[in-house]
Design a protein around this ligand. Structure first.
Ligand SMILES: [Mn+2]
Length: 302
């Protein structure tokens, strides 16, 4: 049994589609907190971080839309996650678009840094999120979350939590990648992160790939943060996402990934992001997201 802190972040400023701001609500409706409790964990739901409406925000520069308000939300989330870890709670962040990872990972990394520990990062995502304001086509900050966690890009977004470089590239692994911009491909290649594409999973099998990714994030670190974008799963199973891409993980492949995360006993924090109820059918994507979180938190078939 362990202690869990649930934090919602109804943030949609990082993407160009409205609806992911309802993700935390859709996930709570599935009974998320109660179902984590049923695994034997003590759960506190700390509610949602306050997020301003896009209509009331300054959009700022076209190549980093809403980066000011997004940075402020990420600072608040960082504080919440950091405080939870200080109380011995595993932070579970429910988004919200993927920019929330700049806050959640900052909070975990700050906790680790103060104890002279290192953090690994495992990202499940169809995308690389490796753009910067200089490379982006869309200006959407949710496609820049990893770049900023590595200390690149905009000064303010890269400095959430008071320091740059939350994780070292050699301790970062991406799983399920199948949609990179041309400029982003080079950024990913130059960054030094380990990339496991859907082709790797097709050729080698999800078990081998996931184990190598976990080993990458675990090597020389004291814990792993898992950032799970539900669009890593095939859109036939997860229709309620902002940026769907065919050819994703199957139902069992996705569960196996998170079951292996639980088996690693390295989990230091986890995000579930990009659930968009507006595009969903009968809340199936949120239900899948809840199930995957439960697998990561120790739910076992047997
Ligand atoms: Mn994505």
């Amino acid at each position: 049994m362990s202690k869990v802190l649930l934090v919602g972040v109804p943030l949609d400023l990082g993407g160009n589609r409205r609806g992911v701001d309802m993700g935390p609500s859709a996930l709570r409706i599935t009974g998320l907190a109660e179902r984590i409790r049923a695994l034997g964990h003590d759960v506190i739901d700390s509610g949602d971080v306050a997020v301003p409406l896009p209509e009331l925000c300054d959009i700022g520069h076209a190549n980093q839309k809403y980066s000011g308000p997004i940075a402020a939300v990420c600072e608040d989330l960082c504080e919440r996650v950091y405080a939870g870890l200080g109380q011995g709670r595993l932070p579970v962040t429910i988004g919200g678009d993927h920019s929330v990872a700049m806050g959640s990972v900052a909070g975990v990394a700050r906790h680790f840094r103060e104890r002279e520990r290192r953090l690994g990062l495992l990202r499940f995502d169809a995308h690389g999120d490796m753009n910067t304001p200089a490379s982006t086509n869309s200006g959407n900050v949710h496609g820049m979350s990893l770049a900023h966690l590595l200390g690149l890009g905009d000064e303010r977004l890269a400095s959430v939590g008071g320091f740059r470089g939350k994780v070292r590239a050699e301790s970062v692994a991406l799983i399920g990648v199948r949609d990179l911009d041309d400029r982003e491909k080079k950024l990913v290649a130059d960054s030094g992160v380990r990339v496991f594409t859907m082709k790797d999973i097709d050729q080698r099998g999800v078990s081998s790939v996931t184990q190598e990714a976990i080993d990458t994030a675990a090597r020389g670190t004291d814990g792993i943060h898992v950032s799970l974008d539900i669009d890593v799963v095939d859109p036939s199973l997860a229709a309620g996402v902002g940026t769907p891409k065919k050819g994703g993980l199957t139902y069992r492949e996705a569960h196996l990934c998170l079951e292996m995360v639980a088996d690693s006993k390295r989990l230091a924090g986890i995000d579930l992001v990009e659930v968009n109820p507006i595009l969903d059918v009968r809340n199936a994507t949120a239900e899948l997201g809840t199930e995957l979180l439960l697998s990561a938190l120790g739910k076992r078939i047997y």
